[in-house]
Design a protein. Structure first.
Length: 259
């Protein structure tokens, strides 16, 4: 299976303000929970973005088992910037060449472009998954990048299947990266494609394992512990009793894959 078909890569930004990326040419399309900014995008496409964004707004929260504490209404609506094309997104949006979408958690901003592969079933739920997850656990929670990306990947229903096979192959070919190593990885515009593909596949696989094999109820409690300010390993140990640390989780996950 080609992981390039399986994964839509995304970039994450914490501190950029909307003003840093904006100019006077953006037009606005307002709906219940979103403000869509666009330039040369057809109205029927904007309507489809509205419909799918509103659907995922409800679906992702339900999917993760989270309780929504605050509605995205009026001045708290999320913002979606739709650039004209991939090059416009890379240049004006200041994105990596391999990225199809990006999310700024604290500002609830998504940036993408119409021809992003799997726009409606991959890019949109992926980026909304980032924001909704961080809204629940908090922007200062001790969360490694792989968990952020794994949560976002889990929202792409069609992309859940196949990642385990990809990681199994990486284990067989001695390319597998442990969770400790995965936690230390930093992705940027210079990161090679094979490394990016492996990072996303492993991230999706381990989160899928935590949610499906260990149980959704425990996963929600784990996220709640992170929300309360507990360090990652402490939260992991307190909820998943058999995982003393990241290494123990790694062993259990690899055993699950091998079986």
């Amino acid at each position: 299976m080609n992981i390039k078909v399986l994964i839509i890569s995304a970039a994450i930004f914490f501190g950029f303000s909307a003003a840093a990326f904006s100019d006077n040419n953006w037009q606005e399309y307002r709906c219940q929970h979103f403000i869509i900014y666009y330039k040369d995008v057809p109205q029927d496409f904007l309507k489809s973005v509205e419909e799918m964004a509103e659907y995922y707004y409800q679906e992702i929260t339900k999917n993760l088992g989270f309780i929504r504490y605050e509605n995205w209404s009026w001045d708290k609506r999320a913002k979606i910037y739709i650039y004209n094309d991939a090059q416009n997104y890379i240049d004006e949006g200041r994105q990596a060449g391999w990225s199809h979408g990006s999310a700024s958690f604290s500002e609830k901003i998504i940036r993408t472009f119409p021809t992003a592969a799997g726009f409606f079933d991959s890019t949109l739920p992926h980026e909304l998954g980032h924001i909704i997850f961080r809204e629940f656990v908090g922007f200062k929670a001790d969360v490694p990048l792989w968990m952020d990306e794994g949560i976002a990947m889990y929202q792409e229903k069609a992309k859940r299947w196949g990642v385990n096979d990809f990681v199994r192959k990486a284990i067989e070919e001695k390319r597998f990266v442990s969770l400790k190593e995965l936690s230390e990885m930093q992705l940027n515009s210079n990161t090679d494609r094979d490394t990016i593909d492996l990072f996303y596949a492993e991230s999706a696989s381990v989160v899928y394992y935590l949610i499906t094999e260990a149980g959704e109820y425990k996963f929600v409690n784990f996220c709640r512990a992170l929300k309360e300010g507990r360090r990652f390993n402490d939260a992991l140990r307190s909820v998943y009793m058999r995982f003393k640390d990241l290494e123990e989780l790694n062993k259990a996950w690899v055993t699950y894959l091998n079986n």
